[in-house]
Structures are given as C-alpha cells and as structure tokens.
Write a protein that binds this ligand. Structure first.
Ligand code: SF4
Length: 694
C-alpha cells in the first residue's frame, strides 16, 4: 500500500534489489514510507532508478510477513508460535545435540546476498568460530561463484575491474550473457546513452535482447549462439585476434606472464578454434564473429559486461577466464572505458563473497589453509579454526541424504525454490534433524524447517551493501524492525545461545572488526562512509580514497595469467525426446522468485511466466499464441502459456522464473560448473507440447 501523506523526515539508504546499488531517499511520515526517491548524489545511480527500487518496497508491511518465531518437533507437526527466547534455545540445543551425536561437522549454514555485509560476516563467523567448521556457503554459489574463481585466477581478486562511470569512456562494448535492460536497468540506461553517443556494441546471447535492436540502440553485431557454447565463441574471438596479429603485445609483455601467453596463443591459433570450425557447433555466422573480433581489438577502449548467461553453465568458470583472456589480449584493463565487469544479480553478491561466505575462504578471499590469516581471526575470535575447506550447498545436501549432515541455518534464502534439482534439495532438507530458516515469509524451504526465525527488511536495519562496482553503500534503518530484531541481532542471539559471548550493539562495530581483519577493507568505517557517502574497495593505506578502477599499475596477483580454455560440451544433450534447449532470464518488473515483488501490492507486476518459442517450433507443434504448453525435461515438467517470437532462434525456448506456480527449477538439471558447482540453469534439453491448462 502506498501511504499518502506529507513526509516529515528523509533517510538515505540503498536499494535491496539488484547489484547496481542505487541510493534512495526514504521519505517517511512517522514509521511509514511515503515514497522512495532516487538520491541525486548517489554515485551508482545519480538520481535515477528503476521501477523495483522506486515502487517495490510494500513487502515490508505485507500481511504475509511472519513476525513471531515458531518451532515444531517434526516437519509434519503444526507450527507453534513461541517467544524469541524459546525459539533460540530450541535451535541452539538441537544444533549442539546434533554435534554431540554426529560430530562438529554435521551442521552448517548459508548466508544471503540479500543481507548486509555485517550480517553475512557474522553468519560465517558463527559457523567458523561457534559451530567449529567451514560449512558456510552463500546463495552466490548459484549465480556468480564462477566469477570469484575465474577472475581470482586470472587477476588475483574476485571482483569487477571498473566503476560504472567507466562506461562513459568506452568505445566498444561486449555484452555477453546479460540483459541489463531488465536485470540492471539503471546501468543499462548509462550504457545506452554511451551507445547513442557513438560507442559500438557486440551482443553475445542466444536471444535477441532489447540491446540488439530497440528504437534508439542497435548492436553492430549480434552473435546468437547455441546455449552452452560460450567457451567456443570466446575462444574463437581470441583465435581471430591472435591469428590476425590484433593483440596488444606491449601490454601483454609489460603486464602479463609472457610464457603463459605464448602457450595460450598457440592453443587458440589452432584451426579447430576458427570461426568456421565452430560455426556448426555454436550456430554463429563466422563472418559476424570475425567482424566482432576485429571491432573489439581495434575499436578503441573495449569493455566487457557479463551476467548469469556466462556463469550458470557447466563451463561457467572457463568462460569467465576466457573473458579475462580477451581483455588482457587486447590491453583492455587498468584505465577508464575498458575492463571486465560482472553484472551482479542480487544487491550484495559482491559483499557476501567479500565477507568470507564461501567454505574455502575467510573474509578478503584468503584461503582457510593460510596459517597467517587463520591466526588473525583465531586471536580475535578466541577460537581454533578449521584449516580444511567445508561443504558447499550441494555437498551439504548430498551429505544430508547420505546421513552425515544433520543441521542447517539458512538466512534470507529459499534454497528449495532457487537451487537446482528441487527433488534432491527437498530430499536433503527432509533428512536433516534441525533446519533453521530466518526469512521474511514462510518460504518453500520453511516447509522442511523445525525453527522459523522472522527476518527483517532493508528498511529496518543498519549496515552496508557492496554493489557490482565494489562500492560499499550505507543501508540505514528507516523504521523499527516489525519482528523486534534486525537479522544481525538474531544471529548474535543464536551464536550466544551456543556459547559465543558476543557483545555487538551496532553494525558499525562489526564493520570495525571487518576493517581490522581484512586488508582490502582496512580504511572503511561508518564515519568514513558518512563523510564520503560511499567508497569502493580496496580502501586502505595504499588506496585511502578507495579504488574506482583496479589493476591500474599491476594486477593484484602480480602478472596477469592467460589460462587455456578448452571447450567441453555439457552433458545435457538434446535428442529425439528432448529436442529443444531451454534457457532462462528475468523481466524488469519482477525479481528472482518474486517473494518480494509479488508482495508489493502494486498492480503493474506481470502475473505469470511465459514460454518464448520460435514461430517454426510453434507451428510444427500446433502451438498458437497464448496456448498452454507442457514443458518437460529429464528432471521434471511444468506448464506455461506460449509466446511466439523470433527473439529466440529455432531450437531454443526461453522463460523467466519469477512465479512459484511455474517452478522452473523443477525442470533444470543437476549439472554444474566444474570448478564451483554453480548450477547449469541456462541449458536444459526439453520437449514442448500442447496441453489443456496449468
Ligand atoms: Fe534497485 Fe537495481 Fe533498480 Fe537500482 S537498478 S533501483 S539497484 S533494482
């Protein structure tokens, strides 16, 4: 409900939807939001916003919110509303009891990219210092974990290289596996402005997105590749650049490992990587591919932006490394207008990864096996830390099915709806003795929970989010928590009930601890953020004003590393039974599984997911516009209405995953990235047939 009234105060805070991280003035009357106005001094958005940040905050007061803790002995019992004390004691006792019977590694937890840096830091601290293991993972596992792996190996740190302002200096842009118009609208506007000023665009995407052709923008080249062939296309671009001598030798000699470059150049120069050789495999016109490669290498400042269409594949990490290769090959790093720019889906994906949410890394991307790093945290936390990496989300679920993993704390994440292979997720959850869900709503995962702890919205807490350009933005409380506690306070209650003895009274103290333990955050404090508005890490003695552009004089790892990127076909194959390839994406007005956008009480949100299908594929199946179709894969099936369009190529179908009725993840497979286990959401072999209804 949009409250009508005259605001009596304003609070500057940060949007909790996508990784652009727009700043807003929350205009308040008492404890009620009157309107959210994009803040003109916000460095990520400069007074702009999209429909979600501006209007989709009504979920904070939606009737579906659960505001009191609940427990139950068994998942077949009804929920019992209890006091916070009872719920926390119940949860802590169960978790400790599991550890007494099954060992300290039988429990773990999942942090959320929706929560603040301070909250994710505390969850991983609780798991490491209180649970006594490294079984911590994050929902970034299912989106940008390949970015962490690939950019870490190539450059030495797991982050985008540029600020958003950089796009104003670019001459040629590759957008691969991303649809910023829908996914990152405020950044898309800045990109389109630059394109209207004359910059050239290359789109690599199975689907003809809005960027390929719209009233004011037209891509110079669209490479509509077959889903699952990113690595082959990126390597073929490098083939053209190397074999035609278009690479930047001076940059490579000065900044990169020359021996590794030579090895890589020999690899990509092989005839099997030529545009003609891969044309049948990828479906991409060799002439278009050659022209795109020449344009990127010789077109001036070249920047690459990418999204989940790169990472959510069995070779997601390989494609990220291939993109890093392309940028180094063409000398497009370390100055405005260039760089490798992952467009992060959720508001705090970058921050969740920075804060040590992965099972192998402590805050600041330092491996748990590094004695000197563990010593820093052990001294401060008063605990002995495990030097072995813990379990990732899919490994926790596997171990649960096998009977060795028994307890899970999930903060701000609905793994049953958003993780692949729903049947396996539910089997894993059902096998556990204690599942603690902390969320705003009774989500699907909560069907398997024994404890429900009410979560808080971004409007109800202080903290920071880190956006896709590494910008640390303040989140400020505009109303008191409806449930009584901010999420970080609930984690502290649970940690203390398990023996921690934490005494934090404000998230600024958590940030001080992050700064004291994490060199890239050493200069960050709430006082500093009050003065400057925001800052981009690294922010420390070497970079006291922060770092808008990384790798200016040298890479974080020293010399840039070229990595051979061999294409390996996904195990997900089409055949007579499943002849089409399904790929997925988002629409502007909805967000992920829609838990928030569907509960805003605004009426403009799309009310269903649809299946985009090419006219030829529709005709041979007798499907007409608006018909119900049954979409089936080897994993499961669902029904949607058909939308007939040549935005998709013959042989490819596309849908979004915003509505619980669609349950797109019932269809997706359990294949995942070889390096990080990021699920292969973007390639599923399917059949489509007419049906009578949902
Ligand atoms: Fe929020 Fe992203 Fe929209 Fe900005 S572009 S208002 S951060 S959803």
């Amino acid at each position: 409900v949009i409250a009508i009234g005259t605001p009596d105060r304003k609070v500057i805070t940060t949007c909790a939807y996508c990784g652009v991280g727009c700043s807003f003035e929350a205009e308040m009357r008492g404890d009620t939001v009157v309107r959210m106005t994009p803040w003109k001094h916000g460095k990520a958005n400069r007074g702009h916003s999209c429909v979600k940040g501006r209007f989709a905050w009504g979920y904070a007061t939606h009737k579906d919110r659960i505001l009191e803790p609940m427990i139950r002995e068994s998942i077949t019992d009804p929920w019992e509303v209890v006091s916070w004390d009872e719920a926390i004691t119940f949860a802590a006792t169960r978790m400790r009891d599991i550890q007494a019977r099954h060992g300290v590694k039988a429990i773990g937890g999942i942090t959320s990219s929706r929560c603040t840096n301070e909250e994710t830091y505390l969850v991983q601290k609780m798991i490491r210092a209180v649970f006594g293991n490294n079984n911590t993972d994050t929902c970034a596992r299912v989106c940008h974990s390949p970015t962490g792996y690939g950019l870490g190996r190539a450059f030495g740190t797991s982050a985008g290289t540029q600020d958003f302002d950089s796009v104003e200096h670019t001459d040629v842009v590759i957008v691969i596996g991303a649809n910023p118009t829908d996914g990152h609208p405020v950044f898309a506007s800045r990109l389109k402005k630059r394109l209207r000023e004359g910059a050239k665009l290359i789109v690599i995407d199975p689907r003809r997105t809005d960027l390929v052709r719209s009233p004011h923008v037209e891509a110079a080249h669209h490479l509509p590749l077959r889903p699952g062939t990113n690595v082959a296309v990126v390597t073929a671009l490098a083939h053209v650049i190397v074999t035609q001598g278009l690479y930047d030798e001076a940059f490579i000699r000065e900044r990169c490992d020359w021996d590794e470059f030579q090895h890589y150049a020999e690899f990509v120069a092989q005839d099997r990587h030529s545009p003609e050789a891969i044309a049948m495999l990828t479906g991409v016109d060799p002439n278009e591919l050659r022209a795109a490669a020449r344009l990127f290498a010789r077109g001036g400042n070249g920047a690459i932006y990418y999204g989940l269409g790169v990472t959510e594949h069995s070779q997601g990490s390989t494609t990220v490394m291939g993109i890093a290769n392309l940028a180094m090959l063409t000398g497009n790093l370390g100055r405005p207008g260039v760089g490798v720019n992952p467009l992060r889906g959720q508001n705090n994906v970058q921050g969740a990864c920075d804060m040590g949410s992965f099972p192998h890394e402590l805050p600041g991307y330092r491996h748990v096996s590094q004695d000197s790093t563990r010593e820093v945290f052990e001294k401060l936390w008063g605990a002995v830390l495990d030097r072995e990496p813990g379990l990732r989300i899919p490994n926790m679920l596997d171990a649960a099915v096998e009977g060795t993993f028994k307890g899970l704390y999930v903060q701000g994440e609905d793994i049953l709806q958003s993780d692949p292979d729903t049947k396996h997720v539910s089997a894993g959850l059902a096998a556990m003795e204690c599942v603690i869900v902390q969320d705003l709503f009774l989500n699907e995962t909560a069907n398997y929970a024994h404890v429900f702890l009410p979560g808080s919205t971004f409007l109800e807490k202080d903290g920071t989010f880190t956006n896709a350009e590494r910008r640390i933005n303040r989140v400020r409380r505009v109303m008191m928590p409806k449930n009584g506690y901010a999420d970080w306070e609930v984690t502290q209650l649970l940690a203390n009930a398990m023996g921690a003895g934490w005494t934090y009274t404000h998230p600024s103290q958590v940030m001080d601890e992050i700064a004291a333990t994490t060199p890239t955050f050493a200069g960050v404090s709430y006082e500093f953020l009050e003065e400057r508005g925001s800052v981009q890490w690294p922010c420390n003695e070497l970079h006291p004003e922060g770092t808008p552009i990384m790798h200016v004089d040298g890479f974080m790892r020293g010399r840039g590393r070229f990595i051979v990127t061999e294409y390996v076909a996904t195990d997900e194959r089409t055949g007579p039974r499943f002849p089409l390839l399904l790929t997925t994406g988002r629409i502007l007005s909805q967000y992920n599984v829609g838990a928030q956008t569907r509960r805003t009480d605004n009426v403009v949100w799309h009310d269903q997911d649809v299946l985009e299908i090419h006219p030829h594929d529709a005709e041979v199946r007798g499907v007409k516009e608006g018909d119900w179709v049954r979409l089936a894969s080897r994993a499961g099936e669902t029904s949607l209405r058909a939308l007939i369009t040549d935005r998709v190529s013959p042989g490819v179908v596309y849908t979004t995953f915003h509505h619980p009725d669609t349950q797109a993840n019932v269809i997706t497979t359990d294949f995942s990235d070889w390096a990080t286990n990021c699920p292969e959401y973007k390639v599923t072999a399917v059949q489509v047939a007419l049906t009578n209804g949902p």
